[in-house]
Design a protein around this ligand. Structure first.
Ligand code: SF4
Length: 339
């Protein structure tokens, strides 16, 4: 195990986390925007708290009320709308195998390390998830590890959340020690949006720990728009990739954010410049309060056809949807082949 004497490296990202905007009024003032047009929606933060770190706000365009990054995080009046088919637990996840452990796929388990996220995305399918009941204490974590130890068919552990990178490097390293000691575990996958909103979370310490692990490390970022990848994040991603960590991206197709072929092409190109491969483009999960982000399948397929004409196959994300109870993501048939 690598000595973790670089704890000071954590101070920056943890400070930035502590300084996140938690009210729409603060964020709108920072962006030189008049809060008046949003008054009806500001109360929506009671449905799902608002949290926006400053480095993410710095990627927004000041004075632009239609900024696609702002739209992802600002509470809106539409969240109060009850729309048939939109429910609190769209993927039927609230009943898990053990607290903090979801065994949805045969060879993979999903471990909830931390309940919270650095940013609260208004379209999040887990916006109503009872993290309080599913964030295990030390005994719960041991139970989850025992479960993994006793099932030799499990070869991959996916750290999810919440955002697993909310745990500090020391906590992650301790967990890695435990997983490395289980012979049938080959891969560790980390699903995270934290580096996108606070790039300094990609510490040298964590990179070195993952690069030296016997487990193959995969980090799946969540980026929806090319503007989320500033030069700092791009440079860090390239460093991580050069250290041997596989970097993939999943996006959610969101009305008013990225439901446009030019924007999706720019996203794939920018990801690749940063050493990240586009992986999935998700159709929105039908969670209560997020219907205003939905893009219908017909439009989604049309967008994919436009992308196919403009991108090489390896920069094409796969259009998928998650269906509660299904043991993998369901591809949406485009009726077309990548070039
Ligand atoms: S970072 Fe991911 S899990 Fe967290 S609020 Fe956003 S979409 Fe949800």
């Amino acid at each position: 195990m690598i000595p973790l004497n670089g704890e000071d490296l954590h101070i920056n990202w943890q400070k930035e986390l502590a300084q996140a905007f938690t009210t729409p009024e603060q964020l709108l003032a920072y962006l030189d925007l008049d809060p008046a047009p949003w008054q009806a929606g500001l109360a929506a933060r009671r449905l799902f708290p608002m949290r926006v770190p400053r480095p993410f706000a710095d990627k927004m365009e000041k004075g632009n009320a239609r900024d696609p990054l702002l739209r992802q995080v600002l509470p809106l009046a539409e969240e109060f709308r009850q729309v048939p088919g939109y429910v609190r637990d769209p993927l039927a996840e609230h009943d898990s195998a053990l607290p903090g452990l979801l065994h949805k796929y045969r060879s993979r388990v999903l471990l909830v390390l931390r309940g919270g996220c650095a940013v609260n995305c208004r379209y999040c399918f887990r916006r109503h998830f009872p993290y309080g009941d599913n964030s295990p204490d030390r005994a719960g974590r041991q139970q989850a590890l025992d479960y993994i130890r006793h099932d030799p068919e499990i070869n991959e552990v996916i750290l999810s959340g919440g955002d697993p990178l909310m745990a500090n490097d020391r906590q992650l390293s301790v967990l890695l020690d435990e997983l490395e000691a289980i012979p049938h575990i080959k891969r560790l996958r980390i699903h995270t949006r934290l580096p996108v909103v606070i790039p300094s979370r990609l510490t040298d310490t964590l990179r070195a720990r993952l690069a030296n692990s016997r487990l193959q490390a995969v980090m799946v970022l969540h980026i929806n728009h090319a503007r989320e990848i500033d030069e700092k994040l791009a440079a860090l991603c390239r460093d991580w990739r050069h250290a041997g960590i596989t970097l993939l991206n999943q996006s959610v197709l969101l009305a008013g954010v990225n439901d446009d072929a030019d924007i999706l092409v720019q996203l794939s190109e920018r990801l690749f410049e940063a050493g990240v491969l586009p992986y999935y483009l998700h159709q929105l999960d039908k969670v209560e309060g997020a219907a205003h982000f939905a893009v219908d399948d017909k439009q989604a397929k049309h967008l994919m056809a436009l992308l196919l004409a403009r991108l090489p196959g390896f920069l094409m994300p796969r259009l998928v949807r998650e269906i509660g109870g299904e043991n993998s993501k369901t591809p949406i048939d485009l009726g077309l082949e990548p070039r």
